[in-house]
Design a protein around this ligand. Structure first.
Ligand code: FAD
Length: 474
């Protein structure tokens, strides 16, 4: 028998349910495949940096699979539809008896998988697994079986189910006694814009697991106190690995529980604080499955469709380039452009600034983030943007509007983070860093840094009026 494992966004050998199941029968020949779909990725606004991260991890995956006697084949197609046709032929050519893969939650991916299942079954056995979540979508529901719209009750029910469920991580499969003799083709660079990954995110499962272990051992106990301050390394920075499946959420949860056995009981502790973020990740994915229209970027709250957004290409550009004149916003946007990662507090501040200060359509921000982020993930990004834009379920209410200056004062008091990313402000004293032009005027100096492109107090009023008008029209 020949088993085919189709890797998608689960680029790891440890705790990979589809791979482990394919390897259960010791006599089976196991082969693996990855299909790059650059045209589809462009449609999904995938960041070139994330494509590079996937590429590097494919090379690493090929090596670890090879050590286990499993060849990883590689193919590039344009779109998902083309990958279905190619996979069907490949499976027949390789005389595959069973196809194994881990489910994805996004609508195009779900439709692609349905097409594959239709094309290949019943000739082939198809075995699919829920692997990218602690609990499968649809398994945490209200009394009448529907998905929660609000996070807190979802979390309560989630934790109840979690404590009953089997979340053990699976070990990486052992080397095959009968390695497959087929010679896989080379993994060529994708037909996609090339970009460097940078040094912040080393490649490989081992690197990801080391980071997880270190974080759970040394940092998680301070998470609640430090997680909001971008100048401090207070969060795990595991999101790029989770986004492409180099690490599984079960590995995160199990490592957390090993270091903090009472994590589920001590709800005010920092370990629980971190688990809470993993549950937000689950929440947004469960939502996507319950409301696939979210994948098509539809707002959850219908009346927000009517908000009259400003057409302001120059302001959008200033935001993207980190030149809004609000230091915390600009530092954050520059961090993302340079590294592909942005601190969560800053994602909240910058998204709020685009929507609630510049009154620019949140879809443009959502899209721009995807084109930049190493951890770009439809569910989390869409969830985050809809939260900030007050268009999502259980979002910040539309009248809650961050003041970008006071947010900077609270979360980067001494301007350490700002100074790291905005060298033009190097001479500005700590106490003036959030309003540098006030200081410059007093000193009669001219800064090579823009004045604020919008007045926050006025912007706030305009935004409230725009949301209220849309609401009253609905
Ligand atoms: P930690 O604080 O260590 O959290 C651990 C893990 O939990 C993260 O790696 C991530 O997988 C998950 N997580 C944490 N916070 C959230 C959250 N609010 N929603 C969903 N999952 C969460 N996260 C992404 O992974 N990809 C995105 O494209 C993305 N876009 C975002 C856009 C906006 C506007 C906002 C407000 C948030 C977005 N987030 C996104 C969520 C969050 O900002 C990042 O997951 C987090 O900053 C990653 O850093 P970390 O790994 O150090 O997180």
């Amino acid at each position: 028998t020949t088993h085919l494992v189709w890797f998608r966004n689960d680029l790891r050998v440890t705790d990979n349910r589809a791979l482990s199941a394919a390897c259960e029968d010791p006599d089976a020949h196991v082969i693996a495949v990855f299909i790059a779909t650059p045209k589809q990725w462009r449609k999904h606004d995938m960041a070139p940096r994330q494509a590079a991260f996937i590429y590097q991890h494919l090379l690493a995956l090929k090596k670890s699979l090879h050590e286990r006697g499993i060849p990883l084949h590689y193919q590039q197609c344009d779109l998902f539809a083309d990958s279905v046709t190619w996979l069907e032929q490949f499976a027949r050519d390789q005389k595959v008896d069973a196809l194994f893969y881990n489910n994805q939650v996004e609508i195009n991916e779900v439709e692609r998988d349905a097409a594959v299942d239709k094309a290949l079954s019943p000739d082939l056995q198809i075995r699919r697994f829920d692997d990218s979540l602690l609990l499968p979508p649809g398994s945490v529901t209200t009394g009448d079986g529907s998905m929660y719209k609000v996070y807190t009750p979802f979390r309560r029910a989630f934790i109840e189910r979690l404590s009953e469920s089997d979340c053990r991580s699976l070990a990486a499969p052992k080397a095959r006694e009968h390695p497959h003799q087929g010679k896989p083709n080379a993994i060529k660079p994708f037909d996609y814009p090339q970009e460097e990954i940078g040094d912040d995110f080393p490649v490989g499962e081992d690197a990801a697991r080391d980071r997880l272990r270190r974080f759970c051992r040394e940092n998680v106990q301070d998470y609640n106190d430090k997680r909001d301050f971008p100048a401090i390394d207070g969060t795990s920075t595991l999101s790029p690995y989770l986004a492409i499946g180099v690490l599984s959420p079960r590995q995160c949860f199990n490592r957390l529980r090993t270091e903090n056995p009472d994590v589920l009981e001590k709800r005010d502790g920092s370990a629980f604080g971190w688990l809470n973020e993993l549950i937000w990740r689950e929440f947004y994915r469960h939502l996507l499955v319950a409301w696939p229209s979210l994948c098509k970027h539809q707002p959850f709250v219908d009346w927000t469709r009517g908000v009259a957004w400003r057409e302001a290409a120059d302001d959008l550009k200033a935001w993207q380039e980190g030149k809004t004149g609000y230091p915390i916003v600009d530092a954050a946007m520059r961090q993302m452009k340079a590294t592909g990662w942005m601190h969560n507090r800053l994602r909240m501040i910058t998204s709020s600034f685009l929507v609630k200060d510049l009154l620019i359509d949140w879809h443009l921000g959502e899209r721009y983030f995807m084109t930049q982020l190493l951890d770009g993930d439809l569910a989390a990004n869409n969830g985050g943007w809809q939260w900030s834009a007050s268009t999502g379920n259980d979002s910040a209410p539309y009248f809650r509007i961050f003041n970008p200056t006071t947010q900077g004062e609270r979360f980067d008091k001494q301007g350490q983070f700002i100074k790291k990313w905005i060298p033009e402000l190097a001479d500005v004293p700590e106490k003036d860093i959030h309003q540098p032009h006030r200081w410059a005027e007093k000193q009669q100096r001219v800064l090579d840094y823009p004045h604020p492109i919008i007045d926050h107090a006025r912007a706030r009023k305009d935004t409230l009026a725009a949301f209220e008008a849309a609401k009253s029209r609905a």
